[in-house]
Ligand binder design. Structure first.
Ligand code: GLA
Length: 341
């Protein structure tokens, strides 16, 4: 059987998920596929096509494994969480393939976790929300990245042709239709600063310390003087305003909110970098572009851009002229994880 799980691009609501706030991602057609075949000898065997590497572990030993700080941590992290949840890991040979660029902020890790979890479950019943939480735990407990729930959640629950507004407190979500007359383009800066993981961890800690309770409930008055907390409070409001603007088909307002979100990540939350700022500044001056912002954890990765469809070829050319190493990816909202044969 083959199981697939998509990557994502977050439209707006950055670093709000671990503050119990709102996010608005879409799933991508870029995805990770895990093919599972029965194996013998009580062994879990995993082959990564992109790494051209094969690893194998005795199923019995999985609960005692230590992180190796490579791609296999996602697989073992998920397997260990499934064991902790009472599931037995079958002897399987897994083959992993992915079209999601790694380290681009498009959630290749969450897609790998979700597709692996489905493959290890082999069609056995499992609550989908619990599955999202389990994959999030795998990433924070075993991989060591204390992420929020957005990436795993959207990889499981996304619906085609719509964005997903997730309330990261209640963990409820709703589909948000985007105006028809707009293209969503991700522009990969190809930059991946090592700073990412440690800065992420620092921001998570700072946010927890900034306010008694969660920043979801804070007002600007209550966190005055703390610019990192201010980003979270204003960003949450921007998600709600963006959803309103999208429902009204107000592309100009949606674009403004993108630019405000980027300025807030750059100046208040301090998670942007020169290459990304350059891409956003370039994009906003290209005809047909409503707005641009960094998407994902920060310090590199991709920008996301709202562009009038007839301007897509010109926009792409202008970006590549200004920043030749960029990769432009057209994003059409895809459906969540599934079995595909
Ligand atoms: C990473 C994390 C998410 C979220 C974003 C920032 O993608 O995995 O949980 O915090 O960064 O919005």
């Amino acid at each position: 059987m083959i199981f697939r799980a998509p990557g994502r691009v977050n439209l707006i609501g950055e670093h709000t998920d671990y503050n119990q706030g709102f996010v608005l991602p879409i799933a991508l057609h870029l995805e990770t596929r895990v093919e599972a075949r029965p194996a013998t000898g009580g062994v879990l065997q995993v082959h990564s096509a992109s790494r051209r590497e094969m690893k194998a572990w005795a199923v019995e030993s999985i609960r005692h494994r230590e992180p190796q700080h490579d791609w296999s941590d996602y697989v073992i992290g998920v397997a260990r969480e499934l064991i902790a949840a009472g599931f037995e890991i079958p002897a399987l040979a897994l083959h992993i393939e992915s079209t999601i660029p790694e380290g681009a902020g498009l959630s290749s890790s969450a897609a790998l976790e979700v597709a692996t979890a489905l493959a290890l479950l082999q069609g056995r019943e499992f609550d989908r929300l619990e599955l999202a939480r389990l994959c999030q735990r795998a990433e924070s407990n075993f991989v060591g990245m204390p992420c929020g729930i957005m990436d795993q959640y959207v990889s499981i629950f996304a619906s085609e042709h719509a964005a997903l507004k997730i309330d990261c407190r209640s963990l409820e979500s709703e589909s948000v239709r985007l105006p028809d007359h707009v293209a969503i383009l991700a522009v990969n800066s190809m930059v991946k600063h090592n700073l990412g993981q440690s800065a992420y961890r620092t921001r998570v800690r700072e946010c927890a310390e900034a306010f008694r309770g969660s920043l979801r409930d804070a007002t600007l008055d209550q966190i005055r003087g703390n610019k990192h907390a201010r980003h979270v409070v204003t960003e949450n409001q921007r998600v709600l305003s963006f959803v309103e603007a999208a429902s009204a088909g107000d592309l100009t307002r949606m674009g403004e909110l993108f630019l405000e979100s980027h300025a807030s990540m750059r100046d208040d939350y301090e998670i942007s970098c020169a290459e990304i700022d350059f891409l956003v500044d370039t994009a906003k001056n290209i005809p047909g572009c409503y707005g641009a912002r960094m998407t994902g954890g920060g310090f590199g990765g991709c920008t996301v851009n709202l562009v009038s469809p007839e301007y897509v070829p010109d926009f792409t050319r202008a970006i590549l002229r200004a920043y030749p190493q960029a990769q432009v990816i057209e994003c059409v909202p895809a459906g969540g994880a599934s079995v595909c044969g």
